[in-house]
Design a binder for this molecule. Structure first.
Ligand SMILES: Nc1ncnc2c1ncn2[C@@H]1O[C@H](COP(=O)(O)OP(=O)(O)OP(=O)(O)O)[C@@H](O)[C@H]1O
Ligand SMILES: O=P(O)(O)OC[C@H]1O[C@H](OP(=O)(O)OP(=O)(O)O)[C@H](O)[C@@H]1O
Length: 222
């Protein structure tokens, strides 16, 4: 068995981004049998590649990478922007594309500026704050942890800033987008020290991933 310090640790996001991330790593030449069906295991090995994989909540990936508990991680740009972590962004992997939008209840589609000094519910308070600051608007940001679309329906907030992918959740909850906030795709991030000390391991892997992304092999992965 390879000693832990010689291993390359890669943090994988569970949830929406998991399967395309596993596919990418497989195409990049890593043994992915263990992570294809991890069950409830959170730490898995590819002994042959001297790689270990940790499976994390998507929002925790930048934290594992910043502290060096993982050398590399795959995380949504939204999460990286929201958290201001000190990590090195190596590559735009182009999958997991989504947009962050301001949305309001149907029938209330007035111009954004007319919503000044109202309440905004969001899971991403820093992204929302920065957006409204740039618009010269002062809003009361209410941080929630999920099901953001509920907030304007029950009067917790006048509007939301949330992730829109197909637009189905907005539609089914009678909300309409009125402004674009941010576009996000999955990024490969690295711990700054690992990137220097493990460059011989990391650089060839990054190059393979770059080629796969450029060839568009992952297109169709959302
Ligand atoms: N339709 C989508 N729904 C949710 N996330 C998406 C979607 N499309 C792309 N993403 C990307 O996937 C990331 C992780 O989303 P996912 O829903 O799997 O986890 P989460 O429940 O939001 O994360 P956490 O459990 O850490 O709060 C998002 O931050 C975003 O970058
Ligand atoms: O445009 P759509 O394709 O409908 O996708 C957008 C929905 O997906 C995300 O929610 P998620 O399922 O991650 O749950 P959450 O609300 O708990 O974050 C997001 O917060 C929206 O609610």
């Amino acid at each position: 068995m390879v000693a832990a310090r010689e291993m390359l640790t890669i943090a994988l996001p569970k949830g929406t981004l998991y399967q395309p991330s596993v596919k990418l790593l497989g195409l990049a030449g890593l043994q992915i049998e263990a992570i294809q069906n991890p069950g409830r295991q959170l730490l898995l090995y590819s002994e042959q590649d001297a790689v270990r994989f940790i499976i994390c909540r998507p929002t925790d990936i930048p934290t594992y990478v910043e502290y060096g508990a993982a050398d590399l991680g795959l995380a949504g740009k939204d999460t990286i922007v929201e958290q201001h972590k000190d990590v090195y962004e190596l590559l735009d992997l182009k999958y997991g594309g989504c947009r962050f939008m301001v949305a309001v209840p149907e029938g209330k589609e007035q111009a954004l500026q007319q919503w000044n000094q109202t309440r905004v519910a969001t899971k991403f308070p820093h992204i929302a704050e920065e957006f409204f600051r740039r618009q010269g608007m002062q809003m009361e940001i209410i941080k929630l942890h999920g099901n953001i679309e509920l907030a304007p329906i029950v009067g917790l907030a006048e509007m939301i800033v949330d992730l829109v992918s197909t637009g189905r959740t907005l539609k089914e909850n009678k909300l309409v987008p009125i402004a674009d906030v941010l576009s996000s795709t999955t990024r490969l991030i690295a711990n700054r020290v690992s990137h220097r000390l493990k460059s011989e391991r990391i650089n060839p892997l990054v190059e393979k991933m770059r080629q796969i992304v450029e060839e568009g092999i992952l297109d169709g992965c959302h």
